[in-house]
Design a protein around this ligand. Structure first.
Ligand SMILES: Nc1ncnc2c1ncn2[C@@H]1O[C@H](COP(=O)(O)OP(=O)(O)O)[C@@H](O)[C@H]1O
Ligand SMILES: [Mg+2]
Length: 236
């Protein structure tokens, strides 16, 4: 077991938005969490990443309890978040954005190897190393956001709606590259998506999140053909 989330609750002020979530992921696994806008997907990832506080429940990562640890400590333990909406630093170059992703690392050799890995995976970024991130296309910014997270040397990558605002073609490209990283570098992933089709296609297992609670889970190939999922996400 790589990560196990038990009975996780989170709230904004008095309003609870996660009502006791149980999920787990194995080493090497790509997990997807699908759900409509407002279901709590972003909150779940932010709580795992230590950006939103859990009000109860536990998050166990590699046998250690990380619930409500500081977010920089969580990065150091090997979990990196690619936030919703990409959030690259527009006025910094691609290279500086990537370097910032490695802020928790001291080992120069490792940083260099990670940069090489990112630039091999996303050759488009290599061509644009000295360009300001704000001048990149949406798809390139998403590649940069993923690349920046990889610079932290994670064993678990949390991806918040990587397809958002991208063309189907660009979405396909991003997902293929992300899957390549998963299979070649054994980086596990939790992917949250409104785009159920892509998420089911690219993950091993899927959880369905509705109004802050998990209502279904299973192998993605099985979830994909579930009548309730078909009706809710694929119009019957
Ligand atoms: N910073 C915030 N303050 C208050 N409420 C929030 C905040 N962020 C999200 N929410 C609310 O929490 C619920 C879950 O939101 P979110 O986790 O962003 O869902 P999703 O990512 O699935 O769209 C929604 O009702 C949303 O309005
Ligand atoms: Mg969201």
């Amino acid at each position: 077991m790589l990560i196990k989330v038990c009975g996780l609750r989170a709230a904004y002020g008095a309003v609870e938005v996660l009502h006791g979530i149980d999920i787990e992921a194995d080493r090497g696994e790509v997990l997807s969490i699908i759900g409509a806008n407002g279901a709590g997907k972003t909150t779940l990832l932010k709580t795992i990443a230590g950006v939103v506080r859990a009000t109860s429940g536990e998050i166990i990562y590699e046998e250690k309890k990380i619930t409500n640890e500081r977010s920089d400590r969580i990065v150091r333990t090997g979990i990196a978040l690619v936030p919703e909406g990409r959030r690259v630093f527009p006025d910094l170059t691609v290279r500086d954005n990537l370097r910032l992703g490695a802020y928790t690392l001291r080992n120069r050799r490792l940083k260099k190897d990670l940069l090489d890995l990112v630039l091999e995976t996303f050759p488009k970024l290599r061509e644009r190393l000295w360009q300001h991130a704000g001048t990149l296309s949406g798809g390139e910014q998403q590649m940069l956001a993923v690349g920046r997270a990889i610079m932290a040397n994670p064993r678990l990558l949390l991806l918040d709606e990587p397809s958002m605002g991208l063309s189907p073609l660009m979405t396909q490209e991003i997902f293929s590259l992300v899957r390549k990283i998963n299979s070649e570098k054994a980086i596990s992933m939790i992917l949250v998506e409104q785009n159920a089709h892509m998420a089911l296609e690219f993950s091993h297992r899927t959880y369905v999140l509705e109004n802050g609670a998990i209502v279904m889970s299973g192998e993605s190939s099985k979830v994909k053909s579930d009548p309730a999922v078909l009706a809710a996400y694929f119009g019957g």
